[in-house]
Design a protein around this ligand. Structure first.
Ligand SMILES: [Fe+2]
Length: 233
């Protein structure tokens, strides 16, 4: 059984799912893909939202879905926090961590990035004592990917990355084997049919490295234990 570490499954918590019915379809597809735990990571855009409003919206969405039934899948509440100006100073930033841990899933804006961007992420770790996990590394250019991996935090990759050309797939598999990429997510939006078809296909492509990725995810969720420690700490 697998952990989907990045999903937009909560109804109306963001643009991921527009109804409970759509979320239930996502859950059904996740279950069929062998997923038993989903980290729900609605978008948090600091320029447009407040932590309190986000948490209230997320809780309502979770309760609605839980009432409709979760297909036996465990949903862990979290957020996908976009890095913006002064994000490291945001009061209550810790409330956006993955429930029960001090890990926080962070998303980088479209490139090119301002000079302070990676410094902000490092300050989240150094000054706020939180543990950033960098979302969907496959979304960025090779320059962005290198900058993210140089920070030495935990790194999440989307399942679709393993379904690209064989060259890219091997490149990402090498990075997983080198302990540079750690966790898998679907980043499911919509009804989940396409996302979980890809997730399932990716688990097969990842093959013998899949237990390593699943174990990393479960370690983070259960013990809050970080795999890697940034060298700057
Ligand atoms: Fe996402």
């Amino acid at each position: 059984m697998y952990v989907d570490f990045h999903s937009h499954i909560l109804p109306n918590a963001d643009h991921g799912s527009e109804s409970v019915e759509m979320s239930l379809m996502q859950l059904y597809c996740a279950e069929r893909a062998g997923v038993d735990t989903i980290v729900a990571t609605p978008h948090f855009y600091p320029a447009e939202d407040t932590v309190d409003a986000f948490l209230e919206r997320r809780e309502k969405a979770y309760e609605k879905l839980a009432k409709a039934g979760l297909h036996g899948i465990k949903i862990v509440k979290a957020a996908e926090v976009q890095i913006g100006i002064d994000i490291e100073k945001l009061p209550d930033l810790s409330k956006l961590c993955i429930e029960g841990t001090n890990f926080i899933l962070v998303e980088f804006p479209p490139e090119p990035w301002p000079y302070w961007l990676c410094e902000s992420v490092k300050e989240i770790a150094r000054d706020r004592r939180l543990r950033p996990i960098c979302a969907h590394i496959d979304r960025y250019s090779h320059i962005g990917r290198d900058k993210i991996m140089d920070m030495n935090f935990d790194v999440q990759i989307n399942a679709s990355a393993f379904l690209d050309s064989r060259r890219y797939r091997n490149y990402y598999l090498d990075l997983v084997a080198d302990d540079a990429i750690h966790i898998l997510g679907s980043d499911a939006h919509g009804d989940g049919r396409d996302a979980y078809k890809k997730f399932s296909a990716a688990t097969k492509k990842i093959g013998k490295l899949m237990p390593y990725m699943t174990e990393n995810a479960r370690k983070i969720l259960s013990a809050g234990e970080k795999k890697k420690i940034g060298t700057f700490l």
